[in-house]
Every structure is written in C-alpha cells, then in structure tokens.
Design a protein around this ligand. Structure first.
Ligand SMILES: Cc1cc2nc3c(=O)[nH]c(=O)nc-3n(C[C@H](O)[C@H](O)[C@H](O)COP(=O)(O)OP(=O)(O)OC[C@H]3O[C@@H](n4cnc5c(N)ncnc54)[C@H](O)[C@@H]3O)c2cc1C
Length: 468
C-alpha cells in the first residue's frame, strides 16, 4: 500500500488526535489507515463533492440514471490506498478489512466530511447495514448471489421497512402482506423512504413484511425477505425529497408491491424472525451515522472559524473573530463535539468488547445526542455566514438538512428516549428505598448525639418579637 500524502505542517495527523481514552484500543495498522483516510477525504473527496454534483446533471431524465465518473475515479483510488470495506468489524466478520468498530468509527468521522467519501471506500449506508445482514444471516446461496457484488461495490441495495400508511417507528405496525403460495411468497403493499432505490445499480431490496399476522407474539409476525429490484409487480413510483433535496442518483423511493412473487428460500434467517434481523442490522450502523455526524460538525466548525477570519467581512468595523459572542460559539461547539465524540467512541468500545446488545444504552444515547450536537454546530456556522449560510454557496445548508434527518432515521429520538427513560426508571423503587435509608440513618445519628430533628430556617415570629 502506498502512502502518497505529505502531512500538512500546521495540523496534527488524525492518529495523533485520537482521544486518549480510546488510544489503547487502536492498532498501529488502524492508525496508519486513519491518517490515509483523513488525507484521502481532505485532499480528494471534499474537492470532488462539487464535481460529483455537477456530473449528476440537471434534468429528471439525467439525474436518475447518473453514475458520475468522479465516483469511479475515487473508488479506484481508494482501492489503491487500501481503503475498502473498513466497516465490517473484525471480531464478527471475515469479509471486511479487519478493523474494530472503534477503529472504523474513527475513520467514519472523516468520511462524514464529504458527501461521497463513504461510497468511495464502499462504506456507505444503506449498503453497509445490508452487507452485515447478508454476512450475518444470509445462506451460502444468498451470499453468493448478492454479497459478493456489494462487497466489490458493483451493485447497490436498499432496505425497505418504512411504510406511508402506518407509524413505522413501531415496526409491529408494518403491514406489507406476505402470503405463502406453493413455493413462493406473494407480497402486496407499499414502502417509502427506501434509500438508494433510485440508483440504477440498486439490484436488491431487503424487505420487511407481515408473514404471520395471527401470531400471538407481535414480535414474531414479521419476516425479512429478499426481493430483486426487477421482480415483476415492483414499481418505484417516485422519489421523496429531504427539505427539497432529491439526493439523486440514490434517492429515497416510494415503492408499491403488487402480487410480487419470490421463492420461499428468499427469506432471511427464517419465517417470523424479522425483528431479530432489523435489530441485528441497526446497532453498529447507528454508531457509523453518529461518527459521520461528528465529522459533519467538525467541518461546520472549520467553516465557521474560516468565516470569522475572512478579512473581507467586517461587520461594525471588526472581524467576526473579534466579536466575543462568536468566540463563545466556537468554544461551545468545541465542547459539544468533543463530548459527543467521547460518547460514540465509548459505545464503539463497548460493542467491540461484546456485541451491539451489550451497548444498547450507549448506542441509544449517541443516537439521540450526536445529531443534536451536529445540528447545533451547523446552525451556529450558518449564522456566522449570514445569507450565504442558507444558500448553495456553502455546504452548510445541505449538511443541516441531512443532519436533521438523523433525528428521525433509524427510529425517531422519542423511541430511544422512551427506552432510555424506562430503563433509568427501573431503579425507581430501589432509589426510593435508598433515600429512605439515608433518612433513617440520619435519625439514628441524631439520637446518638441526643439531638432533635429541626429545620434551622423554621420561622418563629413570637420568639423573635420577645427577644427584641
Ligand atoms: C432521509 C431518510 C432516509 C430514510 N431511509 C430509510 C430506509 O432506507 N429504509 C427505511 O425503511 N426507512 C427509512 N427512513 C424512514 C425512517 O426510518 C422513519 O421515517 C422513522 O423510523 C419514523 O417512522 P415514520 O416516518 O413512520 O414516523 P412515525 O412512526 O409515524 O412517527 C412520527 C413521529 O411520532 C413521534 N413518535 C414516535 N414514537 C413515539 C413515542 N414512542 N413517543 C413519543 N413520540 C413518538 C416522533 O416524533 C416521530 O417522529 C428514512 C427516513 C429519512 C428521513
């Protein structure tokens, strides 16, 4: 592997900025790769973002068939640099690049600074989670048919769970029907927010449906099944936008299933095991999103500080950096980003030490906290740019729009908050007893010293008058 980059004299390389708490868990190989990721993103991917946007084209006819050449250029370059499939954690998968969740998490931060870097190194959602599904639960034949192409970055995939007609943050509501007929499953219903479904290279849909609606256990009514994108009866009707951004060429599809037939063996893991599949899929993915969001927040802070020092812009006779409120906003941003990073890295270390289930609490905390931090920092950066901040002249408006979706994607904040709150509240009875225990012990001490319990702020007006 060649290391073609010279380090900039002014900034420490990424490997030297790893928080000290995480350092013992990061191998020398991962540190070297991290530095290469940083340089690749900074020097090749970020400048290519604009080229990518231009190569997608302008018309509807162009944008949904586009495959910008700059992306293939970057993918080739990434492979030369040894940057490929770093997301598959080494303790659970043999197919990846041999890094831990923590090590990849550190790299994902840099990938989050560019719109195309993740795909350039074959680490972009939803393919990452989908590849994990294949690697973890797929049969040999399912892996042979789909996993190879995904690992090579030749095809893309989509995960279809959310539906337009039900509250999908509660997956027991999923209503796409799956009926068995002979050797086939027959699917009917509709899905939306199927990210990646607009891409011409998207060949396989991983679909959650209701296969056993009468099952008394509501968590065993669903199954996850593979549906090739070109199966008759599948129609991608339209794309849904994010604050007006179409996200072409990947997009977010609104898709209908009309008597779609797939073989019985397309089921993943087994009938009625849909919940297991979606839960297994999401843990590490949430950490990846969180680390990319931290990268976006760092980028926003860089933009903010740059704007504050732009000599052409001096409101009220001073540069922004000389207005105290701006420095205070920079400081707040730095504190928030550093705290959020520690939280995500802690969750990643916990996943590495066992599995995602072991880190459920920490993953949920990061899922809620990090997007808030990223949005807050991006918002401050937008403010520093004035009108330019909300325009197409900086990447900030787009970053804000996509950052905002992180509070909804993979389950809205409230669902995670509810779970965190419930778990915390399980201590309620024990805490009540503990506090009563303090009082009891205080009473014992008081009687030991012959004291009566009293409140020194108790007012006794009559006594005060007598003394006067
Ligand atoms: C950019 C983007 C990409 C996406 N990509 C995909 C994808 O690839 N595949 C896919 O299947 N889905 C995808 N989604 C969908 C996403 O996962 C869902 O939108 C999300 O799970 C919420 O489901 P819903 O939209 O049906 O909202 P609902 O379930 O209807 O919830 C609406 C609101 O109700 C509130 N709420 C929900 N539960 C509670 C609660 N327990 N307590 C209090 N309030 C609550 C929340 O404020 C929530 O936002 C994507 C969404 C976006 C925006």
């Amino acid at each position: 592997m060649s290391v073609p980059y010279k380090l900039r004299a002014t900034e420490k390389p990424a490997s030297e900025k790893i928080p000290i708490i995480a350092r013992p868990f990061v191998s020398e190989r991962a540190k070297k790769t991290l530095d290469i990721v940083e340089k690749f993103v900074e020097e090749e991917c970020i400048p290519a973002d604009t080229v990518y946007q231009q190569q997608i084209g302008e018309t509807k006819a162009e944008r949904w068939v586009a495959h910008p050449p700059i992306l293939e250029h970057l993918k080739k370059r990434a492979r030369e640099l040894g940057l490929w499939n770093m997301f598959l954690p080494k303790n659970h998968f043999k197919e990846g690049a041999g890094f831990s969740n923590l090590e990849y998490g550190l790299m994902a931060e840099y990938l989050g600074k560019s719109g195309i870097a993740s795909e350039a190194v074959n680490c972009s959602a939803p393919d990452t989670g989908n590849m994990e599904v294949f690697a973890k639960y797929g049969t040999e034949s399912q892996k042979k048919q789909w996993l190879g192409g995904l690992l090579e970055g030749e095809i893309r995939s989509a995960f279809l769970m959310t539906e337009p007609d039900v509250a999908s943050s509660d997956a027991t509501n999923i209503s796409l029907t799956m009926r068995k007929e002979g050797n086939e499953w027959v699917l009917n219903g509709s899905k939306w927010w199927s990210s990646g479904a607009g891409d011409m290279r998207c060949k396989i849909f991983i679909v959650m449906g209701k296969s056993d609606p009468q099952n008394k256990n509501v968590y065993r009514q669903q199954s996850v099944i593979l549906v090739p994108a070109d199966t008759p009866g599948v129609t991608v009707n339209r794309m849904v936008s994010v604050f007006g951004y179409d996200d072409a060429p990947h997009g977010h599809g609104h898709i209908t299933f009309n008597n779609v037939r797939v073989p019985l063996e397309n089921i993943i893991l087994g009938e009625g095991r849909g919940f297991e599949v979606i839960q297994g899929r999401l843990g590490p993915g949430r950490i990846h999103h969180a680390m990319r969001s931290i990268g976006a927040a760092e980028k926003a802070l860089e933009y903010m500080v740059a704007r504050m020092n732009d000599p052409r812009k001096k409101p009220f006779g001073k540069q922004l950096a000389e207005h105290g409120v701006m420095l205070s906003r920079v400081a707040e941003s730095r504190i928030e980003i550093d705290a959020a990073r520690l939280q995500v890295l802690n969750a990643a270390i916990m996943i590495d030490s066992a599995d995602a289930k072991f880190a459920l609490k920490e993953i949920a905390e990061a899922k809620v906290f990090v997007p808030r931090v990223a949005l807050d920092v991006i918002d401050k950066a937008i403010q520093a740019y004035g009108g330019a901040g909300v325009s197409q002249d900086t990447p900030l408006a787009n970053m804000y729009a996509h950052g905002r979706t992180m509070r909804i994607v993979d389950g809205p904040d409230e669902v995670h908050m509810l779970q965190l709150g419930r778990n915390e509240n399980k201590r309620g009875k024990a805490l009540l007893e503990k506090i009563q225990g303090y009082r009891k012990k205080t009473d014992e001490y008081l009687s030991m010293y012959g004291l009566e319990k009293k409140d020194i702020l108790q007012l006794d007006r009559e006594l005060s008058k007598a003394k006067l």
